[in-house]
Design a protein around this ligand. Structure first.
Ligand SMILES: *Cc1c(COP(=O)(O)O)cnc(C)c1O
Length: 397
């Protein structure tokens, strides 16, 4: 998945455009900037590439999720249903707005289980956040139907799945608001950056103002602009946007390479009895950022993971024992370890996590290995890696 593998002349040329006139800010300074509007241009490219009406760049994926929730009106005391398997950014964004993260089980797609979502709905539920983990997706039709039926906002975190699709729609563009990250390890990178995408014009206008202190961006005098509502500074710099502008044009090239390398690994592992693959919902096409497969039980998965590491098979994650992506090790969250006071309703909901039973999530995450697909492997290296992985797995079965 990492765009960082492919930093080159195109990226340098875009950054040099910005350095030549020194306008590092995305707004204003019209006379100095010599026609360079990198953030603007990247937003247009994202709309074109993903076939969506509006895109707003922000400073990170975490800022994107926060902005997505804010523009949909999620705030104090509102419950947001989210999965047990995601990056910590998901609950960070919810908490930042004073909303309450409600964690529910995942299923064999490694994303939200629609049944668990429906069971978790209360009169306080405001939104459902699906996280398209490791290059694939949730059951979007069933999740959307649940949101419509219960009048809930549907948020799509596609930070790890740019380039994937569901029923011919780009991931990130299916729910009410979608989020992307362009941090250094994502499929395309800005160094640091993120975006929200939507077909809802009101949401877009709110995102445009919210991510820049509430600025309404009307007229040519920034100091004289008004502020229709409160905002924050989640702006991206022109330097970061310039890197992203070069990368977004290479998205198809990156996805094609990922698909080729993914297919080599998958074909080899498909021959191994007792290896099964993550379920991709009907109509879904992965971004091929990761190959995810299941082993028969937790012990085998642990042993294989350790032996992969010892034998040079890097970047194959066993998320069950990982501090950042799975509820089991989110001790700081479960114990409400915050630098500042959290509301009583947040602390009560978080403390329940200590005794909640997530056996269904454990069943899938415990047996799952998730292997990052790199762009720089030669075909030979991919085949050798696949063979070695197969040998190690077969030895442990
Ligand atoms: C990377 C990531 C984020 C956060 O993105 P940053 O740009 O690092 O803040 C959010 N959600 C998911 C699923 C991610 O993988």
């Amino acid at each position: 998945m990492p765009g960082f593998e492919m930093f080159g002349e195109l990226e340098k040329a875009q950054v040099n455009d910005v350095l030549e006139n020194g306008v590092l800010m995305r707004y204003g300074f019209d006379a100095m900037r010599n026609g360079h509007w990198k953030a603007n241009q990247l937003e247009h490219e994202l709309c074109k590439t993903l076939n969506v009406s509006y895109a707003q760049l922000v400073s990170s994926g975490t800022a994107a999720v926060t902005t997505a929730l804010a523009v949909a009106g999620v705030g104090a005391g509102d419950e947001v249903i989210m999965p047990t398997f995601t990056f910590v950014a998901s609950f960070e964004a919810v908490l930042m707005l004073g909303a309450v993260p409600v964690l529910v089980d995942i299923d064999d797609t490694l994303t939200l289980d629609p049944v668990a979502v429906e069971n978790a709905i209360t009169e306080k539920t405001k939104a459902v956040m699906v996280v398209q983990m490791c290059g694939s997706m949730g059951d979007m039709e069933r999740l959307k139907t649940i949101c419509t039926k219960h009048n809930l906002i549907f948020i799509e975190d596609a930070c790890q799945a740019i380039g994937g699709s569901y029923k011919n729609k780009s991931l990130g563009t299916i729910a009410d608001v979608g989020c992307f990250s362009f941090d250094y390890v994502k499929t395309i990178t800005c160094g640091e950056g993120g975006a929200i995408v939507t077909n809802n014009k009101d949401y877009y206008i709110r995102a445009d103002h919210f991510s820049d202190h509430g600025h309404d961006h009307i007229g040519k005098d920034r100091g004289a602009e008004s502020h229709p509502f409160l905002g924050y500074n989640f702006r991206i710099s022109e330097l970061n946007a310039a890197v992203g502008l070069a990368q977004v044009k290479r998205l198809k090239e990156f996805i094609d390479i990922q698909k080729k390398n993914y297919s080599i690994l998958r074909k080899e592992l498909a021959n191994v009895k007792d290896v099964t693959f993550r379920r991709v919902p009907e109509g879904g096409v992965e971004s091929y950022a990761f190959l995810n497969f299941y082993l028969p039980n937790l012990d085998i998965a642990r042993n294989v993971s350790q032996q992969f590491k010892a034998n040079g098979i890097d970047a194959c994650f066993h998320y069950f024992d990982n501090n950042w992506h799975y509820v089991r090790r989110w001790k700081h969250l479960k114990e409400s370890k915050s630098l500042y006071p959290l509301s009583t309703e947040i602390r009560n909901t978080l403390s329940e996590l200590n005794t909640r039973d997530f056996a269904q999530s454990d069943h899938f995450i415990g047996r799952n290995l998730s292997c990052l697909i790199k762009l720089t492997w030669t075909e030979d290296e991919a085949h050798q890696r696949a063979k070695k992985m197969r040998e190690i797995i077969e030895k442990n079965l």
